[in-house]
Design a protein around this ligand. Sequence first.
Ligand code: NAD
Ligand code: UDP
Length: 344
Amino acid sequence: MGRRVLVTGGAGFIGSHTCLVLLEQGHEIVVLDNFDNSSPEALRRVQELAGSTQLTLVEGDVRDPKAVDQAFRTAGTVDGVIHFAGLKAVGESVANPLHYWDVNVNGSRVLAAAMDRHDCRTLVFSSTATVYGEPQTFPLREDMPMAPIHPYAQTKVAVEQILGALCRAGSWQVACLRYFNPVGAHPSGQIGEDPMGTPNNLFPFITQVAAGRRERLRIFGQDYATPDGTGIRDYLHVMDLAEAHGVALDRLFQRQNADPLTLNIGTGRGLSVLEVVHGFEQATGLTIPYELVERRAGDVPRLEACPQSAQTMLGWSARRTLEEMCRDGWAWQQANPTGYRNNS
Ligand code: NAD
Ligand code: UDP
């Protein structure tokens, strides 16, 4: 059934793919985004891909109650909210923790207060696998302790706690989705990840090396206690992640329970950096030059989800392969060598 959904941060990497899925499901969307890390061009392409005009943009900051009210008024009635608007760079959060607490925590507080005012208490929140800190036991289950080791993860824990308290106070339906490592792009190559400047993340760095924009990949750390010494992460296709949001929202609309639905969103299969590099080479037929360098500060050896709860509670599991992640990410990079910038 078509609903009205407010999507904060809907122009971003995960948000744009999720907006596409929601439009294809028949929902109407209002996006609130300040384009701090994205471009309106992403939303134009989302509508083009969906063949739908059921998306309205309100340009504004989620920390600004007036902008959030404006988004609610534009929608008329909002059935549910998906809250992507936020910051995600670990190093930046260490350098500027106050900014992270302001955008991620204060932004979520302002949004929740507006939801309450507008009588909408159904929310899907973007959390992260980094809430587990530097765990020793795998795979990671949702009932394992949260032990964040940097301000970025601390802000996500704080928001999970605020949302837990709202649920206990009554009448909220919340899902906290703990994403592992979303990568790739929509298979059309029309929307994808568009990092500003030098990419922090492995996948966009690899695709830029493949495109000749960067000389070689630097692999951070070769002496981790992993089979090949490089770090292990649970990479999942961004379209699988986008679909998880559609399913989670539907689930919340049916649900009576008060507890937040806290779910890992990953494949359950960790891959080392070298496995990803070789997988990309196989999927594309290209060679990725690399060098092994020192560990990157703040990196943990391994993160790997137990995806069972998402399967049980949502009937969702990641179905796309590493080959698809590489092929689709590469198609996006090739079609958009400088991201959205020269095209908007
Ligand atoms: P992104 O930067 O591509 O998207 C975030 C969007 O929010 C952007 O469009 C940005 O312009 C917008 N935004 C930022 N601050 C805002 C503000 N104050 N007001 C309004 N809009 C604002 O990032 P993403 O990868 O799509 O991540 C989405 C969410 O998921 C973030 O909350 C992030 O912390 C979380 N997350 C991301 C990952 C990942 O690996 N990409 C992993 C775990 C969690
Ligand atoms: N990584 C790397 N070189 C890069 C970027 C990342 O070797 O240029 C490694 C990083 O050390 C980690 C993995 O790739 O082991 C995933 O890093 P990313 O920044 O993509 O995600 P994270 O899990 O750190 O959020």
